[in-house]
Design a protein around this ligand. Structure first.
Ligand code: ADP
Ligand code: MG
Length: 314
């Protein structure tokens, strides 16, 4: 099968772990072993990834330097795509046979400069702060900040992805048998001006939305989103929580209020959209990748029926 695998920030760095090169290396090596097992079973992989913690850290580093050197978010998105893509590529090379072809592609994603997300930033990036520190940064760095649970974080615009600029290149590479690492961090946000020329724009696109668009347009048989929970839960965070083992988009639509708006919500939305236009989607834990592909773990979203089934949280 041709499978788009989206690696979440939580799949690439254990929750609560510091964003050190060593901690990321360990997490990425684990992901690479699982991906190489999937490739060894004959699946053709296109690997995408998030960049939330990394792009936030780069923004902080950039803001700490002289004001004239502060970089816009599209440049930081390109940096994080290169940084994380390089990490995944080297780990995959170490896990795969020497003759495997692995390519990391800097990917740009077209957005609409009139997208209402630019007026209402919602996407949290970077570390958490107390309220006073967040408000100080808002003042000094000209950031938007908002509460995220008990803490505060910087928030940025997260416009809808419209088109993946390198789609034809990604398709050619995948058709030729390469494992392609692309659309990192949702892709570098670009827009078209009145002269139809492309230019970067300050935003961070949701990686699940871009990955879903890519999966659809590249004709993937399956779209898998990996994170740190074993699947989509009902009654999440309570003792009654249960994992949804299988559901149709119709069944999930009735429950959309129970999926976190900045976390599980976009994954469920991306899964349902892919299933309604193309194939089968799944959401689950990184370590379960190969069981998710055969359909025995994770939450499988498939078109048939309006039914829903559950299993206990492991
Ligand atoms: P990633 O960055 O790995 O893509 P997110 O943090 O965006 O992952 O989304 C995964 C998180 O969604 C889980 O760690 C969990 O805390 C949260 N979440 C919110 N609602 C649910 C739910 N109904 N079922 C499972 N997880 C949920
Ligand atoms: Mg996320």
């Amino acid at each position: 099968m041709r499978i788009v695998v989206a690696l979440g920030g939580n799949a690439l760095l254990k929750r609560g772990q510091p964003l050190t090169a060593q901690a990321q290396g360990i997490a990425i090596d684990e992901a690479a072993l699982l991906l190489s097992a999937a490739a060894a079973s004959g699946h053709q992989l296109i690997v995408t990834h998030g960049n939330g913690p990394q792009v936030g850290l780069l923004a902080l580093q950039s803001a700490a330097g002289p004001a004239i050197s502060a970089l816009p978010l599209d440049a930081l998105g390109a940096e994080s795509e290169g940084w994380i893509g390089y990490g995944i590529e080297i780990a995959l090379r170490n896990a795969l046979p020497e003759d495997a072809v692995v390519v990391t592609l800097l990917t740009q994603t077209l957005v609409d400069p009139k997208d209402e997300a630019f007026a209402h930033p919602t996407k949290p990036i970077g570390p958490t702060y107390d309220e006073a520190t967040a408000k100080r940064f808002a003042e000094t760095n000209n950031w938007s900040v908002a509460p995220d649970g008990k803490f505060w974080r910087r928030i940025v615009a997260s416009p809808k992805p419209i088109r993946i600029i390198e789609l034809a290149s990604i398709k050619r590479l995948a058709d030729s048998g390469a494992i392609v690492i692309c659309a990192g961090g949702g892709g570098i946000p670009v827009c078209k001006g009145p002269d139809q020329k492309l230019s970067g724009i300050e935003a961070v696109i949701d990686k699940d939305a871009t990955s879903g668009l890519l999966a659809e347009q590249i004709g993937a048989d399956m779209f898998v989103m990996l994170t740190d929970v074993s699947g989509v839960c009902i009654d999440y965070g309570t003792k009654r929580a249960r994992v949804i083992s299988r559901a149709s988009p119709r069944a999930l639509a009735d429950m959309s209020a129970s999926f976190g708006t900045g976390s599980m919500g976009p994954k469920v939305a991306a899964a349902c959209h892919f299933v309604s236009t193309t194939g089968r989607a799944a959401i689950g834990a990184l370590g379960d990748l190969n069981e998710i592909i055969i359909g025995t773990r994770g939450t499988i979203v498939c078109p048939e029926g309006g039914e829903i089934s559950f299993r206990d949280v492991p």
